[in-house]
Write a protein that binds this ligand. Structure first.
Ligand code: GAL
Length: 672
């Protein structure tokens, strides 16, 4: 299959298009307005099952034929959806076993969306039929660019307790453990008399009197992830067989806890995701981290923003619109961090239904002079100048380890501290890189670390078989690794790695932890490093040094004077351990030191509210600069390089200026 940037050589621009909500006359108007706005791609049919298959086996594609033709005539490509995200009423009525079941044991009712059970064989059969029909019908349609499979798997229903799901869970467990004895051992079922004699004895943990078995709980999460993924694969297989050259994807949702997107990504031809930061509190930094994570899922390959909103959503308590210019700014943040597509939910604001107050590219007024449409049009025209960016990657020499299974495990109940937030710990370390414009990838603990100088592993509680070797080899061969508290504690079944914590990493870190001292909300301790003092919270480790040296010590409490942060040389590399949650200044200073040691630097020097990211391909090296502040910002460029400004066409050397709430994109033309 061709690269996505060969199939879609310009930045893709458009959104979800739901023509079934409108009549044919509006379709022509839509296509004309799309053209004016620079739209070149739309996602069609995401919620169209009920009008594509009106009754079982009574298909009607005439309206979609027409829509596809109109779009094609107007130069708009289509991500054709498989329409399986919201099954029609006749399916739920005729086959109630297709409904997902909630944790109280009741089936979800029809009348909203995503009410299907991923493990219902009848639902899967109906899906296969619909997807086959769609693929056969449109396989040669010139508007077809990509397949949009289902929609936001797990968004509303990420757990199902139906009898079909239970059956599937038992089968999944049989496959994973082969024998019931192995399962009992891995789940530690001799504890609280939880031993199972047969796989068929296993039930769901939806109504246990107290903490459920952690191994079982974790496997249920894995099973649900795999159930939804299997469903995706059912569709993908059909599409691949019938249209081998058409890329397929589904749309992800930021760092969505129930789905381990790293396990899905290899089966998507392009990662796409939906981003809805709250204009009241969403920060460019949080948004940037999500983009970086999404880019990392396919090892740096460009991703698409498949949905965002022009102005306001309708599903928060208070739905504040984005301010003038904000949509543009946030779109460029995505492009800076590797997005080749800027798409919206949705094209035309609905007249009826649950989302009629949700913003769209064309508002209810249908007014081309509306702020929304004008902003949409401006952005669409601008993006036409950025063809050389598509396919370009973000070179990063630093990485943060991120692992969904670890996230599930570390936040499960029964821990020394039951309010730990994995994301909070990840964000604390991400912050330093973000503020310094140092590109950072996310990587799994067993992933390839060889291209990174600096790797940070925040709260890596779960270390699975082989991961310690991966980290060990990384450090041994010269990498710098930073590991933070409550790491290296449990195996993949949430059983303790016996020995001294963090046993699997102990030899790399050259220290061990004897006891944990969690802190209550609001409680603090202090640490001293090179005669400076910082506060710390959440957690303290009582540390013993083996070969490591203390880099900071605790200043208070009964473990006063003991190491809080340690450094160890291992092989050709260095391993740092942070045994607490230090205040941000300390994290910044510590990481800045490591960044300096490894000669990592920003692609250009700017005030801290300007995001600068490099994107590079054989078409050139680009600097994308996004100024999130009202004030003008001066950026110092590589003095040996010359650039062209992609918006103005002017030559740039030495320095450039990015206006308040504005963007500059440069392409390097020469290196002296
Ligand atoms: C997404 C979904 C869209 C639309 C949008 C509204 O989660 O995929 O269909 O509902 O939210 O913000």
């Amino acid at each position: 299959m061709k690269a996505i940037s060969d199939i879609l050589p310009s930045i893709s621009y458009g959104g979800d298009y739901n023509p079934e909500q409108w009549g044919e006359k509006v379709w022509y108007e839509d296509a004309t307005l799309m053209r004016k706005a620079g739209v070149n791609l739309v996602s069609v049919g995401i919620f169209s099952w009920a009008v594509l298959e009106r009754e079982e086996d009574r298909f009607d594609f005439t309206w979609l034929d027409k829509v596809m033709d109109i779009l094609h005539e107007h130069g708009v490509g289509v991500c054709l959806a498989t329409a399986t995200a919201s099954p029609p009423a006749w399916l739920s009525r005729k086959y109630p076993e297709t409904l997902a079941v909630d944790d109280k044991g009741g089936p979800y009712s029809f009348g909203s969306r995503q009410h299907y059970s991923p493990n219902s064989p009848v639902y899967r059969r109906a899906v296969k039929k619909l997807v086959t029909k769609l693929a056969e019908r449109y396989k040669d349609h010139p508007a077809l660019k990509m397949w949009h499979i289902n929609n936001e798997y797990g968004c509303h229903v990420s757990e199902c307790y139906s009898s079909n799901s239970l059956e599937a869970f038992r089968t999944w467990l049989r496959r994973r453990y082969q024998t019931i004895d192995t399962l009992n051992e891995k789940w530690g079922t001799n504890f609280w008399s939880q031993r199972y004699n047969y796989f068929n004895d296993i039930t769901f943990l939806n109504n246990t009197p107290t903490f459920p078995n952690p191994g079982q709980h974790l496997d249920y999460k894995r099973f649900m992830n795999d159930s939804l993924f299997e469903l995706y694969m059912v569709e993908k297989k059909i599409l691949r067989d019938i249209t081998p050259d058409v890329p397929v994807f589904t749309n992800f949702m930021l760092e969505f806890k129930p789905l381990n997107y790293f396990s899905w990504a290899p089966e998507l031809d392009v990662v796409t995701w939906d981003t809805y930061p709250d204009p009241r509190e969403g920060t460019p930094e949080a948004h940037a981290m999500q983009h970086d994570l999404m880019r990392s899922l396919k090892h740096g390959q460009p991703f698409f923003v498949m949905e965002q909103v022009t102005s306001h959503v309708n599903w928060r308590d208070i739905n504040v619109p984005k301010k003038p210019g904000e949509m543009r700014l946030w779109s460029y943040s995505a492009i800076a961090r590797g997005s080749d597509g800027i798409m919206f939910f949705q094209w035309r604001q609905s007249r009826a239904g649950a989302e009629k107050f949700h913003g769209a590219m064309v508002p209810h007024s249908n007014d081309e002079q509306s702020r929304t449409y004008r902003e949409v049009q401006q952005l669409g025209q601008e993006l036409k100048q950025l063809d050389s960016l598509t396919g370009a990657v973000v070179p990063a020499r630093a990485a943060i380890i991120f692992d969904w299974e670890n996230w599930w495990a570390v936040e499960m109940e029964g821990k020394p501290h039951n309010k730990l937030s994995y994301l909070e710990q990840v964000k604390a370390y991400y912050h330093t890189f973000y503020k310094r414009n140092i590109a950072v990838d996310f990587v799994q603990p067993g992933g390839d670390l060889s291209s990174y100088d600096l790797v940070v592993a925040p709260m890596l509680y779960m270390v699975k078989d082989g991961e310690e070797k991966n980290l060990e080899q990384y450090v041994e061969s010269g990498g710098t690794l930073l590991v933070s508290f409550f790491s290296g504690i449990a195996d993949e079944n949430d059983r303790i790695h016996l020995g001294h914590y963090p046993e699997p990493l102990r030899h790399i870190l050259g220290m061990h932890v004897e006891e944990f001292v969690p802190m209550a909300d609001g409680e603090r301790n202090q640490l001293s490093a090179e005669s400076k003092r910082y506060h710390c919270s959440t957690w303290s480790d009582v540390i013993h040094l083996d070969t490591a040296k203390a880099a900071a010590t605790f200043d208070g409490d009964w473990y006063e004077g003991r190491p809080a942060v340690t450094m160890n040389h291992y092989g050709k590399g260095k391993a740092v351990y942070v045994g607490t949650a230090p205040e941000q200044t300390y994290i910044d200073e510590l990481l800045a030191e490591l960044i300096k040691e490894r000669y990592l630097s920003a692609p250009a020097l700017a005030p801290s509210h300007v995001e600068i990211v490099e994107r590079t391909s054989e078409k050139g090296k680009h600097l994308v600069m996004v100024n999130h502040n009202q004030e003008i910002a001066r950026v110092d460029l590589d003095p040996y390089a010359s650039y062209i400004d992609l918006f103005t066409g002017s030559e740039v050397q030495q320095e450039t200026v990015v206006g308040g709430m504005d963007i500059v994109i440069l392409r390097e033309t020469e290196q002296k």
